[in-house]
Unconditional design. Sequence first.
Lengths: 336, 256
Amino acid sequence: MLLLSIALMYACSKSEDEVTPEEEKIAFSVPSNFPAPAYNFEDNKLSNAGFALGKKLFYDARLSADKSVSCGSCHQQFAAFTQLDHKVSHGVNNCQGKRNTPPLFNLAWQKAFFWDGGVKNIETSPLNAITDACEMGTDIQTIVALLKNTAPYPDLFKQAFGSTEINSQLILKSIAQFTAVLVSGNSKYDQVIRKEAGASFTASELAGYNLFKEKCTSCHAEPFFTDFSYRSNGLDLMSADEGRSHITGLASDFGKFRVPTLRNIEYTSPYMHDGRFYSLDEVLEHYNSGVNASTNLDTQLKNGIPLSTTEKEQIKAFLKTLTDNEFIKNKLFAES
Amino acid sequence: MKLSPYFLALLCPIILLSSCKKDSNEVTADAKSTFSIEFENQVNGSPLVLNTTTYQNAKGEDFKINVFKYYVSNIKLSKADGTTYLIPESYFLIDASKAESTNITLKDVPVGDYTKIEYTIGVDYARNFAGAQTGALDPINGMFWTWNSGYIFVKLEGTSPQSPATGNTLTFHIGGVTDPNNTIKTFATEINAANPLRVRTDGKPNMHFIVNAAALFTGKTDISFSTLYFTMGGANSVIVANNYANGLFRLDHIHN
């Protein structure tokens, strides 16, 4: 009897080893303090195999022109999927791009992508990085041909979509199954807002939150800490980068960029569209004393945002409550 | 088994409805068939020959064409009684370098006599911003802007001695769907009622359109390649789209 029990236990544990983590059902979960997402997988049924394929493509440097750069090269998980210590993205052939890599999370709530909002759908977003001469420097046709001839990709497409057929649509849909599942909504801030047991701000964090609501939320709106609008925050009198007007052709959009999210900001240095600031102190000092009267400066910034030393420390304390370590360390999203 | 009277009450209209439907449907009413459209690419009446032949624009400037591609989508047919049929998922990319692309087949079209055809030159607003597409709309076809979502509706590339660009190149990538630079154009043409498009189960008619590539450069604004030789969306693309809106396509004849 004892032997039988041990045998049973052994069998149990063995089969469990085989099924985890592969069988952990990949889910897209909406935090209760978030609104309904813009992307809901309606035309792209989320599956474990689709997610796994998307993740493999995301981390595969062979997709780039010189096989040196993957999506994950510039979107590093430990930096909330931006690139640590790089002012601008560093692409194939050591080419330096012109803008700071945006972090990747909560993309399912975003309706426009990149600093200038040029791309309008999460599924087509990778095409921009794939084709940019200073990012992956290739084209989707080359990638389709490569994957068709590279094991185990045909099998992985079969597992994900039921056929060994590989085309650009399936490549992009599988990548979206990975990127849209990247949800960061379990920071200390989220836990406090959701009134979870044991979650509370320190006095300094709370003071920072109140200051933040007074001085920052008109652009960095909760719960995403961006209102997804395009604005000029007066970095320069004359912006070296045309920004949003490159997309709209409107002079009134010159030098404007999408308001970035502040979630996980502790890990997404350097800051601004050109990565000019390495610390939050520099960022806050810009708003305190460095705002230039640029042509399209946001009217709310015409007098800057005066902040005392104490206020800056309090705001910084609050901003660090936006760090979501569960997301940063989630093994599901790591290169496997 | 005792059937609830409510259940029976629910059932009755369903039976009635289904019997109605059956009675009114004649066999031919549902019949569908196929027709085709041939797009014959020309330049001012001469056949379009890529790379080698020299043509002239309305300003008398010489030019050659290396690439000529355009989308035809959302094809809609009308009958004399005003009823219309929008062919679902009708997206076609015509590429002058691919002979097979210039003859398109439309399947599952209800039989009938059609006296008008209209279609979008380009791609409708929604698909410009939609998720990953396949078929004619696959970005692999080189007609999708990756940095500013949207399709190139009409692409003409070539050379002209008048072009000040490096290599005297001409680059006309026409697209964009947002005001003030919206370039979506709808082309419509009446079909002679004496010889309508007769879609029949026992016949597969062919419509023959002449496509004049030089229409990009005249119509509303005569374009000189010395000043306009490069456009990828924006105000100059609108000038080109306004030119070709009416002059790009002409229904030549129908083989019924």
